[in-house]
Every structure is written in C-alpha cells, then in structure tokens.
Design a protein around this ligand. Sequence first.
Ligand SMILES: Nc1ncnc2c1ncn2[C@@H]1O[C@H](COP(=O)(O)OP(=O)(O)OP(=O)(O)O)[C@@H](O)[C@H]1O
Ligand SMILES: [Mg+2]
Length: 201
Amino acid sequence: MKTSSELSFASSGGLVIWLTGLSGAGKSTIANALNHELVKVGVSCFVLDGDDMRAGLNSDLGFSADDRQENVRRIAHVAKLVSSRGHTVVVAAITPSHAMRSIARSIVGETFREVFVDTPITICETRDPKGLYRRARSGTLKAFTGVSDLYERPDSPDLVLQTDALSIAEETGLLLELIGVEHETNAKASAPPLAPRAAGE
Ligand SMILES: Nc1ncnc2c1ncn2[C@@H]1O[C@H](COP(=O)(O)OP(=O)(O)OP(=O)(O)O)[C@@H](O)[C@H]1O
Ligand SMILES: [Mg+2]
C-alpha cells in the first residue's frame, strides 16, 4: 500500500477530485467515503461540500446562473489553495454546466480531475435525501437542477461512477485508483462499460 509520501503528486500538491452530478446522485456520500479511506492509508484529505460552502462562505449567493458560477469559482479557489498545501481535496458540488466545470478546471489547473456521479434522475428522485425533488415538483422550490434548471452531462470526465450499478465501496475503490492509491481487493471494481444515457435520464 502506498503512503502519502510515496504518491507522486504529494510534493507538488494534491489532486482535486471534483464530483459533479444531480442532487441526490451521491456526491457527498462518495466524498465522505473516500475521505474515510484516504485517512485510513495516511493521505491527508479535505472534503469541500457545496452545502457547507453555501452555509458559510457562499451564503450571499442564490441559484441564478451568475450566482451558481460564482459559487463554483469560489469553491475552485479554496480547493486550489488547500490542494497546493499537499492535501487531496474532494469537492462535492452539482456544478451543472460545461462552462462552470471549465472554470473550475482552469482555476485548479492540472491537478483537476472531473468525476461524473452519474445517477439517473428517476433514482435521485426516489432517494430524495433532502426532500428537494418533492419541493421542486410541487413548485415550492424554483430553479432546481434536473427539474426546472439544466444539468449538462460532462462530455469527457476523468471517471464516471454509475451509482445504480456500483456499491459505495466499489465507487471508492475506483476513486482510489484514479488518485493512485492501492487498496484492498474487496473494494476493487472495474469501471463498467458505459452505456450512453440519453440527456435528462
Ligand atoms: N452506490 C451509491 N453511491 C452513492 N450514494 C448512494 C448509493 N446507493 C445509494 N446511495 C444513497 O443516495 C443518497 C445520495 O445522497 P447525497 O446527499 O450523497 O447526494 P448529493 O449528490 O450529495 O446531493 P446534493 O447535491 O443534494 O448535496 C444517499 O442517501 C446514499 O446513501
Ligand atoms: Mg451533497
């Protein structure tokens, strides 16, 4: 098992693993599971969750296109700062558009890794961990991504996690491989062949 000092990126800064996907797709769940595994093998990790950012640093922002973009810009700068000190940063934020992900990538630079948490909206809506889909469908929550606001599926992410086909342990295993950390075989999985999904699925 590699330690943090053996990882090639450790001296030049950690990677920024940017989890994008619909609300309820599993971004926060996966970010926390990955954090747990990285800490276990001695890799310093920091989770930047969109909800936490909106509760504090970004509490002045709403959900207009401009505000969403500003939200992403600030998260990306914090991610870059933290990762430049050698920590692996895991961002969990919807980041709905190509343009926003491109801004994040350009701010973070070459350590940016885009991970698409690809969960069909029907499943996100069934999970509805915060009751947001229910509110969006009833019209009490406006500009909700996937219902009344657009989510643009990433064109060429570094990794796709289809959470309807993988367990959380398998998803974590694939992320550890992306980061370059060897891990226990029982959590290993191969990325399933990707069947293209229709837009909005
Ligand atoms: N394979 C899986 N991977 C990730 N989450 C899963 C999986 N199977 C079921 N879940 C469940 O899906 C839910 C995902 O909720 P989570 O809060 O992580 O979503 P999110 O993408 O962070 O949403 P939001 O953008 O609203 O913060 C959790 O209740 C989690 O337990
Ligand atoms: Mg979340």
